[in-house]
Design a protein around this ligand. Sequence first.
Ligand code: FAD
Ligand code: SF4
Length: 449
Amino acid sequence: MQRGKKIEYDAIVVGSGASGGWACKRLAEAGLKVALLEAGKPQSDQNFSEHKPAFELKYRNRAAEIRKTRPVQSVFDVCNEYTADWFVNDLEEPYTTPKDQPFLWMGRLRVTGGRTNVWGRVSLRFSDWDLKAASHDGFGEDWPLSYKDLESYYDLVEKYVGITGMAEGLEHLPDGQFQPPMPMTCQETLVRNRVKEKLGRTVTLARSANLTRPQNGRGPCHYCGPCDRGCITHSYFNSVFTTVADALRTGNCTLISNAMAHKVLMEEQTNRASGVLYVDRNTKVTREIHARVVILCAQTQESTRILLNSATREQPNGLTNSSGALGHYLTAHVRSGGGNGELPAVGEQPTMGGPVKPVGIYVARFRNLKGQAPTKNFLRGFGYEGGSNVEFNWGAPGFGEAYKRALREPRVNFDLTGFGEVLPRWENRVEIDPNVKDIYGIPVLRIYM
Ligand SMILES: Cc1cc2nc3c(=O)[nH]c(=O)nc-3n(C[C@H](O)[C@H](O)[C@H](O)COP(=O)(O)OP(=O)(O)OC[C@H]3O[C@@H](n4cnc5c(N)ncnc54)[C@H](O)[C@@H]3O)c2cc1C
Ligand code: SF4
């Protein structure tokens, strides 16, 4: 271990993604000296490739190598030849599962901004139907916060982030501080109107962190499409060019990249956190950094891993774990179900490089709400994301001139995918695997899900 002069900060924030970005921005702007420890490498506009066609890539975005080094990450198509090196190398930083409970831990980023680099940007508010769900259906516990407690924070975040959306006046999907809505396609509007008329359900623009108006030096979206490869006009929300950039601009925040936090250091006399032990990912040298406060924002499982790895004589089961609940009640969201089909084109023509709307539609929850009889064998609710796009008729029959003509016949695909809640259950959990370490020598997680 390298022990140099003790560097002191007011606060250490571990992780620079959605939550860490906000923590370091607010603290640095309030005048505190903040160290931002980020396991990933630095991110910049030079790495963004949203305008790069696949034919400019070495393997035309079909590189087989990615599946070898990132067999789990590449299951999610946002980890591809454009973005693979933003993601964790699954072989170097593994996790384990029991044989009969395979769990795909995807979306593990190792770059400043974390998952906000590649996220889907759908930005919905919880309501008391979510926060107080246990009072409605008797499962689990209510949150100790209500919507009223959160509302002003939602306002603050949304005004800064920039969310395109439409107000709908639904109690179970509260409206937010929206920028003007991106237009829906003709088919999306048709579905919105028809579903309301026939089923009384709400199909709205997917409330999404894409600007339609300039804000804080960020340009409005110019409809190029693949936001998960970055955005040089900074038109979607990525903490790297918003919250983290604001924190660094204050001069109070120091970003320490390639710094893999291993454990929280504790002061024996006071039993309080005094710093973080981390490994430099380039040199593999272990270092210590000190502060009065440590804030873990390294992603849910990674932060839990740090707490479990920080066990001391006084807290042998990991920090903040006097209840024994740390690592239990792991939840995710279910992303499945739905369907797709074709709708008639209404004068649209397919184009190769034309505008691509990066935001689709959202079907608001319609199950187990006020005045409805509870659904048998099913608690709570779900929504659908989806949308329509106009495509060439690649499967058209024929050859030569006839094929070229048929190819241009527009095909309008419409798809919907369901997004549901995983209920918190004690048995869905993580623990430290005593037999496996990552290449930095840090014990890894075993996930039971
Ligand atoms: C493809 C995809 C689509 C998504 N779409 C949506 C969506 O539409 N709407 C939505 O609300 N959410 C979406 N999400 C989820 C959303 O991105 C996350 O909920 C959010 O980013 C979580 O923020 P976080 O700060 O907890 O973690 P992250 O944003 O992941 O940031 C964690 C950071 O911590 C760093 N880190 C990890 N371990 C360590 C360590 N030991 N030491 C130091 N640093 C560490 C990582 O490198 C990373 O930068 C999506 C996620 C993915 C992957
Ligand atoms: S579609 Fe809009 S937000 Fe997405 S990368 Fe292009 S300009 Fe940026």
